[in-house]
Design a binder for this molecule. Structure first.
Ligand SMILES: [Fe+2]
Ligand SMILES: [Fe+2]
Length: 173
């Protein structure tokens, strides 16, 4: 198995850092939700932070398997101030879209380099992005429908998010 090209190694390392950064951000979002008494949303983000960590670990493992030493780069401080539940989920959705674009770029590069092992690995992450964007899109539109000033509606929504985080807990990736 050939060693990864330097340009691909750099791109994969950057993507791994982005996944760790997403995990860091989602823990910050969990923290905001818990502090705002949205326990279900807090559990949801906390569970999701663990999933992002797993994405980073997949890239870590892949680089090791391809003979590259992964480098632990700086993870910036996570945003911690949000105006309400809609704001926090909207920002999570924006973040997922940014991650999808980032993986698309690297996939393009992998095709250009005819590095089909990396293509296969990145395709797994890309499939995951489709699910995640759909998930966050769905939650954002539900919160919009309920309305951020509807205490009772948000209470029900929070219960649903709690159930969702339980349902996905323990699922790899
Ligand atoms: Fe991810
Ligand atoms: Fe994600």
């Amino acid at each position: 198995m050939p060693k990864l090209s330097k340009v691909m190694a750099t791109a994969l390392n950057q993507q791994m850092t982005k996944e760790f950064t997403a995990s860091h951000l989602y823990r910050s979002m969990a923290s905001f939700c818990y502090a705002s008494d949205f326990i279900g949303a807090g559990d949801f983000f906390y569970t999701h932070a663990a999933e992002e960590q797993q994405h980073a670990q997949l890239l870590f493992r892949y680089m090791i398997d391809r003979g590259i030493q992964p480098l632990m780069d700086t993870i910036p401080a996570a945003e911690s101030e949000f105006s309400d539940l809609l704001d926090v989920f909207n920002k999570a959705l924006d973040h997922e879209v940014m991650i999808t674009e980032s993986i698309s770029e690297i996939l393009g590069l992998a095709h250009e380099l005819r590095d089909f092992q990396s293509v296969a690995h990145l395709n797994t992450l890309m499939e995951e992005q489709t699910e995640e964007e759909a998930l966050f899109n769905g939650i954002v539109s539900q919160i919009r429908r309920v309305g951020v000033d509807n205490g009772h509606g948000l209470f029900i929504m929070d219960q649903e998010l709690k159930a969702m985080s339980k349902a996905s807990a323990g699922i790899a990736i």
